[in-house]
Design a protein around this ligand. Structure first.
Ligand SMILES: *[C@@H]1O[C@H](CO)[C@@H](O)[C@H](O)[C@H]1NC(C)=O
Ligand SMILES: *[C@@H]1O[C@H](CO)[C@@H](O)[C@H](O)[C@H]1NC(C)=O
Ligand SMILES: *[C@@H]1O[C@H](CO)[C@@H](O)[C@H](O)[C@H]1NC(C)=O
Length: 383
């Protein structure tokens, strides 16, 4: 039945249309307004079904040079807030006067598994996500047994974003108790690029062999020194002599590779070039995951060519801190108070440490020696 047909005159018919027309018009206007205020990142396309990955939708991520993956846990909201408040803002420090297009862009994500959480935990994470939009929620259980899977899944995710148009150069993996001098790290990355990635390979090999830096010892793995254009970077504090853990939380029950772990950069913070992220992500179905994520990465990358490995004593990234030194780029195993102190020290006098402190020796890495003899050159802080 047509409800409009009994109306006698055209004018009254128009009158009747007015209301719905107005409504439709307001709706369209509203839509246009809504679309104009919601920042849609054109560099990234996200499938609607990808609810876990929805983080990209509102992000201002525009091809950062560096992506920082901070492994966190659902309940560690305090640690995340401390990182947000203390060291993450350092990414802008020293870049205030640089033109936007020339800035070294850094984007961070806290990586959290949200499978099996209760509704309260889901709710809290969602509230946090709405506020900061910097959490990468992965559909896995967030336990230490799944740490390697977590790293693997986040690499896969980053790599998928690349297919959606996201570009980046490096990934730094760290933990939510790591403190990164992002401002200085940016400079270091740029000088490594200049010295090792943008120079002629013959001079790069020479620099590496001469090994004049007090902080870093490098090694280059290549098949053909005439054809390599760009080296990939694997950068951190390396260990080549660690014996296989047979007991405890980190025991490896099925390790057959060797009687030591394959040289790997310790998990408190290490940097990988995009190529290596892609390599790992593409082989995700073929890689054996070991208990320790950092050990796994070392093993997986052991066969890859065109890698520049950088052992850096400024990465205080072991199982316990070696103390505090003002030249540190990454410190690990810190409390909220440590991080707040460091930040206020930086603000006040541009030094990291309240007092430089030396708990354990660091070692320089001898890349010419057998891995089990890699790390004998102990040094006090005389650089
Ligand atoms: C490249 O490798 C060959 C064979 O090992 C060596 O003779 C040559 O000096 C190397 N060239 C450079 C530029 O290092
Ligand atoms: C090497 O790196 C430069 C600068 O980062 C880049 O423009 C170029 O495409 C890279 N070349 C290869 C073969 O990957
Ligand atoms: C590194 O190891 C090699 C081989 O064992 C040795 O000849 C060399 O002297 C070592 N380098 C340093 C700086 O100790």
């Amino acid at each position: 039945m047509n409800v409009l047909s009994p109306l006698p005159k055209r004018t009254s018919r128009l009158k009747l249309y007015k209301v719905p027309l107005c409504m439709i018009f307001s709706f369209l206007l509203g839509c246009m307004f809504a679309f104009s205020i919601v920042p849609i990142d054109k560099t990234c396309r996200i499938e609607n079904a990808d609810i876990e990955y929805n983080i990209m939708k509102n992000s201002k991520l525009k091809n950062p040079e560096l992506i920082i993956l901070i492994l966190s846990a659902p309940k560690n909201v305090e640690r995340r807030n401390v990182a947000r408040e203390t060291w993450l803002p350092l990414k802008d420090r020293g870049q205030e006067n640089i033109q936007d297009s020339k800035k070294f862009k850094v984007k961070h994500f806290f990586v959290i598994g949200n499978l099996g959480l209760n509704s309260n935990e889901h709710f809290n994470l969602n509230v946090e996500q709405i506020k900061y939009n910097d959490i990468l929620l992965l559909p896995i259980q967030d336990t230490y047994q799944h740490l390697t899977l977590k790293v693997l899944k986040s690499f896969t995710w980053i790599n998928e974003q690349f297919d959606f148009g996201l570009d980046f150069k490096y990934v730094l993996k760290c933990d939510d108790d790591s403190f990164v001098r992002v401002d200085n790290l940016i400079h270091e990355i740029q000088s490594i690029e200049l010295l090792y990635l943008k120079s002629k390979l013959s001079s790069v090999i020479k620099i590496s062999e001469e090994n004049k830096s007090p902080y870093i010892q490098t090694n280059i793995q290549i098949n053909n020194n005439e054809t390599v254009k760009n080296l990939s970077i694997y950068w951190g504090y390396f260990d080549g002599r660690a014996t296989i853990k047979k007991h405890g939380k980190w025991k490896e029950e099925n390790w057959i590779a060797c009687d030591r772990y394959i040289p790997y950069a310790l998990g408190g913070g290490y940097i990988l070039s995009k190529n290596l992220i892609t390599y790992i992500a593409k082989n995700v179905d073929y890689l054996r995951m070991y208990n320790s994520e950092d050990v796994s990465i070392g093993l997986w990358l052991s066969t890859v060519t065109n890698i520049l490995r950088i052992h850096d004593v400024r990465f205080d990234t072991e199982w316990a801190s070696r103390g505090c030194q003002n030249f540190y780029l990454i410190s690990h195993k810190l409390s909220a108070k440590n991080m707040r102190d460091m930040t206020s020290n930086l603000k006040q006098n541009n030094f990291l440490c309240t007092k430089e402190q030396f708990i354990r020796n660091f070692y320089r890495y001898n890349w010419s020696a057998l891995p089990s003899q890699c790390c004998n050159i102990k040094k006090k802080i005389t650089l």
